[in-house]
Design a protein. Structure first.
Length: 409
C-alpha cells in the first residue's frame, strides 16, 4: 500500500510504501548517540513499518534505546564464531515468524560478509527484497585483525569474508555511505542499483548550537583548546595527538582534550603512553552524553581528525567531522578521500598528510596566528543540506521504487 508521508510541506507530497515488517540483520547493537548512522537509519525505516533487529552478538550495557517502532531481539549465545556460523539459521527462523504476520516485508543488512550471505540466501529462497547498507568497508574486521597482528583471527575473517561481491549482486538496492572511490573494490562493475548517501547530522538538535558568534570560540589569552572526539588508540591517531600535545602544549600554550571511550585494552595503553609523554597537556573526559560532547565542541578552538591512512579508514565519512563543521570550528584533518569529500567547500579546514607531523604542527600554529591577529572570518557550513531527515527522504523514496518494482516484476 502506498500512502502520503506525514509532515511533508504543502506541494511536496511523497508516496511511501508501507511494509508489514523490516528484518534488519546486524552484527551488534552498540548505538550510544542519536546522531549515529544506525540509529538514524532505524528511525527512518520505522516510518515504513515495524522494524525487527536481529543482532549476532550480545548488546552491551548503556546503549541508546531503539527508536519507537523498532524491536531489538536478543542475541545468540556461545562463542562468537559459533554465533556467526549459526546466524543464517536464526535469520531464517525470524523470517518465518515475520512472514506469518504479513507478506509485505523487506530484508535489511549491514556490511559484514556473513550478514550479506545470510541476507542473499533469504532473498534467493523467499524472493523478499534485500537492501545492503554499506557504511563501513565490508572487510573491516579482517583488515583490523591483520593490522593488529592477530594472524589467526585475520585468517578466520578472511575465510568468513568470501562472496561479498556475489552477495551484493543479489541485493535489490545497495545503500553506499562511503566515498565512491571504494565501490570498485566491492561491487561488480555492472551493478547499477546503488544509492549513494553521505552521512548526516542531527540538524534540528544542533541548530541552537550553531550560532556563528558562539561557535567561533575566541581565544581567551590563556590556553588553546584542541579537541578530538572518538576512540583513542594508535589505529585512530593517538600517537599523533600525543606528540601535538607534547610539542604545542608548552609553546602556545595548548591542551589536547579527548572525548571518547577508554575501556578497551588498546585505548588504555594509548592513554597511559599519552600521560607519560604529554602529561598535563592532555585531558581525558571519557565517553560523554551527546549533549555534553557538543558543548565540548562548542568550547574548542581547534578540532582534530588524526586518522591514519589505512584501507578501512580511507573512504569513510566521519560523523565527527560533520559535527565539527556544523559548529563552524577550525579543523585540522588527515587528508583522506572520505574526509575531503565530506568537507567539500568548507573553508575552515587544513588537510595534512597523516604521517607528516610537521604539517600538523604548522597547521595548528597557522590557525592560532590567524585567530590571534583578528583575521579569523567565520563562514557557514552547508549543515542544513546534510540534515538526516533530508538524506533519508531520498532513501525512503528509493525504497518505495524498489518495492514497487518488485511487485510489478
Amino acid at each position: 500500500m502506498l500512502t502520503r508521508s506525514v509532515g511533508e510541506p504543502a506541494g511536496r507530497i511523497t508516496s511511501r510504501v508501507q511494509l508489514d515488517w523490516i528484518l534488519m540483520l546486524c552484527t551488534q547493537y552498540v548505538i550510544r548517540y542519536p546522531s549515529e548512522t544506525m540509529w538514524q537509519r532505524l528511525r527512518a525505516l520505522s516510518q515504513l513499518g515495524r522494524v525487527v533487529v536481529l543482532p549476532a552478538f550480545e548488546t552491551p550495557r548503556q546503549v541508546l534505546a531503539p527508536p519507537t517502532g523498532v524491536e531489538l531481539l536478543p542475541a545468540g549465545r556461545g562463542p562468537r564464531l559459533i554465533q556467526v556460523l549459526r546466524y543464517a539459521h536464526r535469520a531464517v527462523a525470524q523470517l518465518e515468524r515475520l512472514r506469518a504476520t504479513g507478506q509485505c516485508g523487506l530484508i535489511w543488512t549491514e556490511r559484514e560478509p556473513f550478514l550479506l550471505r545470510a541476507a542473499a540466501r533469504l532473498r534467493r529462497t523467499y524472493g523478499i527484497p534485500m537492501v545492503a547498507d554499506i557504511w563501513d568497508v565490508p572487510d573491516l574486521s579482517r583488515l583490523t585483525q591483520w593490522r593488529e597482528r592477530h594472524w589467526v583471527k585475520a585468517a578466520i575473517h578472511g575465510l568468513l569474508g568470501w562472496g561479498v561481491r556475489a552477495s551484493l549482486a543479489c541485493a535489490d538496492l545497495v545503500v553506499w555511505t562511503l566515498a565512491p572511490g571504494a565501490m570498485r573494490r566491492y561491487l561488480p562493475p555492472e551493478q547499477r542499483n546503488v544509492l549513494w548517501l553521505p552521512n548526516g547530522i542531527a540538524y534540528r538538535e544542533l541548530a541552537g548550537r550553531m550560532h556563528t558568534g558562539s561557535c567561533a570560540q575566541p581565544f581567551d589569552g590563556k590556553q588553546w583548546r584542541l579537541l578530538y572526539v572518538g576512540y583513542f588508540h594508535r589505529s585512530r591517531g593517538s600517537d599523533l595527538l600525543t606528540e601535538l600535545a607534547r610539542q604545542l602544549g608548552p609553546e602556545l600554550p595548548a591542551v589536547v582534550e579527548v572525548v571518547g571511550p577508554l575501556d578497551t585494552p588498546a585505548a588504555r595503553r594509548a592513554c597511559e603512553r599519552a600521560r607519560r609523554r604529554a602529561g598535563l597537556w592532555m585531558k581525558f573526559y571519557g565517553p560523554l552524553r551527546w549533549e555534553d560532547t557538543q558543548e565540548r565542541i562548542r568550547q574548542a578552538h581547534i578540532c582534530l581528525y588524526p586518522f591514519p591512512d589505512l584501507p578501512e579508514l580511507r573512504f569513510i565519512y566521519p560523523l565527527k567531522l560533520l559535527e565539527y563543521a556544523a559548529a563552524n570550528k577550525w579543523i585540522v584533518a588527515s587528508d583522506l578521500p572520505g574526509a575531503r569529500e565530506l568537507l567539500d567547500g568548507y573553508s575552515r579546514v587544513h588537510f595534512c598528510h597523516p604521517a607528516d607531523f610537521g604539517q600538523w604542527v604548522s597547521a595548528v600554529r597557522r590557525i592560532a596566528r590567524t585567530t590571534s591577529e583578528g583575521n579569523d572570518r567565520v563562514t557557514a557550513f552547508r549543515a542544513s543540506e546534510l540534515d538526516w531527515e533530508l538524506i533519508h527522504e531520498r532513501l525512503l523514496e528509493r525504497l518505495t521504487a524498489v518495492m514497487e518494482a518488485t511487485r510489478n516484476g
